[in-house]
Design a protein around this ligand. Structure first.
Ligand code: PRP
Length: 184
């Protein structure tokens, strides 16, 4: 049965099964790289909360988790370029091997800012893991160390990604119908 939310979805870009398979692979890759390093999985909220939950369970390394919340879109569909920390780290990351967990790498503004920030806080290494990579809109020289899927320049929602704080609980990655964000 299609939910009311799903009527706003133009098409499915990445299915639940594709997500499961790819995240299992990503977990294995990270296991090989980090099994002897006690990494810190650092989720960039809010968008990455669903991916984070699946990724840490797909990667059975001794590790801990941390969260930081930033916002640069402020309900707009394109990045304002100004990144604001809305919830800061709650622990010292000096000397830690960070696995930054993002839902999407788009303009790169968020990760360019965060990479610099984590380096000034004394991280030993920074590995950027993003579920989705949208290279078409990159404005900063930032690349992911590991990306789940490369996506075209379309407005994607679901699996944590929102439009105006909605659709995060759609279980797959979908493209939003343009009339949904042009009508408002
Ligand atoms: C989204 C997404 C990334 C960022 C990527 O966050 O979760 O953090 O934008 O875009 P960029 O590469 O252009 O910086 P947003 O600011 O929308 O907040 P949210 O995670 O709470 O949805």
């Amino acid at each position: 049965m299609r939910s009311e939310m799903e009527q706003d979805i133009l098409k499915v870009l990445v299915t639940e099964e594709q997500l499961r398979e790819r995240i299992a692979e990503m977990g294995e890759i990270l296991y090989d790289r980090f099994h002897d390093k006690k990494p810190l999985f650092l989720s960039v909220l809010k968008g990455s909360f669903v991916f984070m939950a699946d990724l840490v369970r797909a990667c059975q390394v001794k590790s801990d988790v941390e969260f930081i919340a930033v916002s640069s879109y402020q309900n707009a569909t394109t990045s304002s370029g100004r990144v604001q920390i809305t919830h800061d780290l709650q622990q010292d990351i000096t000397g830690r091997h960070l696995i930054i967990v993002e839902d999407i790498l788009d303009s790169g503004n968020t990760l360019a800012f965060l990479k610099e920030y984590f380096l000034t806080k004394g991280a030993a290494s920074i590995t950027i893991v993003t579920l989705l990579d949208k290279p078409a809109r990159r404005a900063k020289a930032i690349t992911a160390d590991l990306a789940g899927f490369v996506v075209p320049d379309e407005f994607v929602v679901g699996y944590g990604l929102d439009y105006a704080q909605q659709y995060r609980n759609v279980p797959y990655i979908g493209v939003l119908k343009p009339e949904v964000y042009t009508q408002q």
